[in-house]
Structures are given as C-alpha cells and as structure tokens.
Write a protein that binds this ligand. Structure first.
Ligand code: MG
Length: 304
C-alpha cells in the first residue's frame, strides 16, 4: 500500500494512492463501517495492527469506492506526516563511499564510524514532496542535497532488539536531507545546518513494511537538473536498519510516527571537485524505487 497525506479545497486527509488516484481513507472507512480512526497518518500509525488491518481491507475492496477516489491532479500531496510530533532522527555517514568522499575532501585518512552517528532535523524543516526549498544566501552559500531512505516507526518501544526491530517499522518513505554545509561546519554541530525551514522534504508516500519486504533491496538515486549525482543501494549501509533501531532505542523510547532517516550514499555536492552548491532554480529529484520521488526546486529568498 502507498499511503499519502494530502489536501483538497482546504481539507487535509490521509489517502491510499493507486494508479494516479487517491482514496480518502476516512470516507472509505465510514462507508464500510471500519471503527479505526483513518483520518490522518498519525492516527493510522497510532492505531497499530488494527488500523493496518482496516487499511488492508479497504485496499482490497478499492473498486467499491468508485465515487470516493480523486484524481491526483485535484489534490496537493503533503509530507506523509506533515507535522511530526518531534524532530526527525537522522543517521550521518552511513555509507562507506560517502564517508570516503568526505575524508577525501578534507585530505585525511578514512575512518569508518564504529557506532551510528545520530543527529536530528527540526520538525519545521519538514517539506512536501514537491515543495520549494529556501535558499537564503545570507545564511548559506553551500546548500547541498542527500537522498535517504527514511523509516517510519509503527509500534514504539525502548531497548528494541535488532532481531525484532522490523516489528516496530510501519513503513518507508523518501527523505532529502538538505544541508547548509557552511552552517554545519561553522556551528561545529550538525543541527543548525540541517534544520533550516523547508530542508526536509518527505514523501511522496509511505509504503507499508509488508509491501517493501526486505528494504536492503531498495535503490536510491538523486539528480540535479537531470544530471545524476547519487546512486546507491540500501544494502550498502554501514549500519543496517535493525542496528540503527536497536542503537537509537537503547534507553530512548521510540514513539509511533517517529521518522528515522538512514544516511546518504556518495555523490554529494560538497565532495565534488570542485565542490558544487545548489543554486536558485535548480530542480533536485530524489528517488527510491518502489516508493517514489521528491521533486524540489531551490528558490532564493528575496531579501527586503
Ligand atoms: Mg544525511
């Protein structure tokens, strides 16, 4: 199932995405007397297995809801969780080639991380799958991109064992961890340079865990103005998803709807020779097969 959050005529709702159309899940649920709250993505996720079972019943009867399907061009897609409850958890430096390109840039010997490197992006950074990304040149001259697989937590928990980590995954989406490299360095801490408004597009949908199966088979790619910059496979992660969930949840309770972005493969702009920064007008397309793509235009902030 591909699940989306969208708005139509000022109303926001969670939908099932299929063949270029969106089914309003709450309306479909009422139609067939489902008790689960399907009105928004967070309610669905918090509804646990009961809500997922209701979604599966609705998805299997999709043809019965003929007048509840909307053509995609009538709705605006939002981030699948438009306002996360708390910051987006992120893993830095989780692909060997990306770690290597960072060290090559600084001219020092490559040292791989021994444990996952966690940081977060502020909730206000979350952006829709086709939202403009602000470029404020007073703040940054080195805006960069990072295509990433993001995991959406279903059942929460603390001290989750790697062996049962996938039981806590609701599904997967695409993230672009836009980063102001110069701010990241200047503040000697990643949060500021990773948390500017609009710099965390998510979407276009959440694909449920059962449909993805083994996420290691997924392939990520990113292009700028049609030129491919990044291509990698989730299987190349240094710390795989169970390891990330086990490490993050050690002594730290994960909640339903938490988002964990799992790191980016090589090909980022700052590691190119010479380094490439995003410019106003650039179109950045981040794609993961079987999930979809984010299409974000870089728009320079007009100064007063
Ligand atoms: Mg990243």
């Amino acid at each position: 199932m591909k699940l989306v959050s969208c708005s139509e005529a000022g109303r926001s709702f969670a939908g099932l995405w299929r063949d270029g159309r969106v089914l309003d899940l709450a309306a479909a649920g009422r139609h067939v007397n489902e008790a689960a709250d399907l009105g928004g993505m967070l309610s669905i996720i918090r509804g646990g297995e009961r809500a997922v079972a209701a979604l599966q019943r609705i998805a299997s009867r999709g043809d019965e809801f003929s007048d509840l399907w909307l053509d995609a061009d009538r709705v605006k897609l939002l981030a699948p969780i438009p306002v996360p409850v708390r910051n987006v958890f992120c893993v830095g430096r989780n692909y060997v080639d990306h770690v290597k390109e960072g060290y090559a840039r600084s001219g020092t010997e490559t040292k791989l991380p021994e444990v996952p490197q966690f940081f977060t992006k502020a909730t206000g950074a979350v952006n829709s799958p086709d939202g403009d990304v602000r470029l404020d040149t007073r703040l940054t001259r080195l805006l960069d991109y990072e295509v990433e697989l993001a995991v959406v937590i279903g059942r929460g928990g603390r001290d989750i064992a790697a062996g049962s980590a996938f039981d806590h995954v609701f599904g997967y989406t695409v993230a672009n961890d836009f980063t102001a490299r110069d701010l990241q360095r200047r503040h000697e801490q990643w949060f500021k340079g990773k948390s500017l408004d609009t710099t965390c597009p998510l979407g276009p949908c959440i694909v449920d865990r059962a449909e993805i199966g083994d996420p290691a088979t997924l392939e990520l790619s990113l292009s700028v103005n049609g030129e491919e910059r990044q291509r990698g496979r989730v299987a190349q992660m240094i710390f795989d998803i169970p390891t990330i969930i086990a490490s993050l949840s050690a002594g730290l309770t994960l909640e339903p709807g938490d988002i964990i972005s799992t790191g980016t493969p090589s090909g980022v702009g700052y590691a190119m020779n010479p380094p490439q920064a995003l410019k106003a007008g650039d179109l950045v397309v981040a794609r993961i097969d079987r999930i979809g793509e984010l299409r974000n235009r870089i728009v320079e902030v007009r100064l007063p």
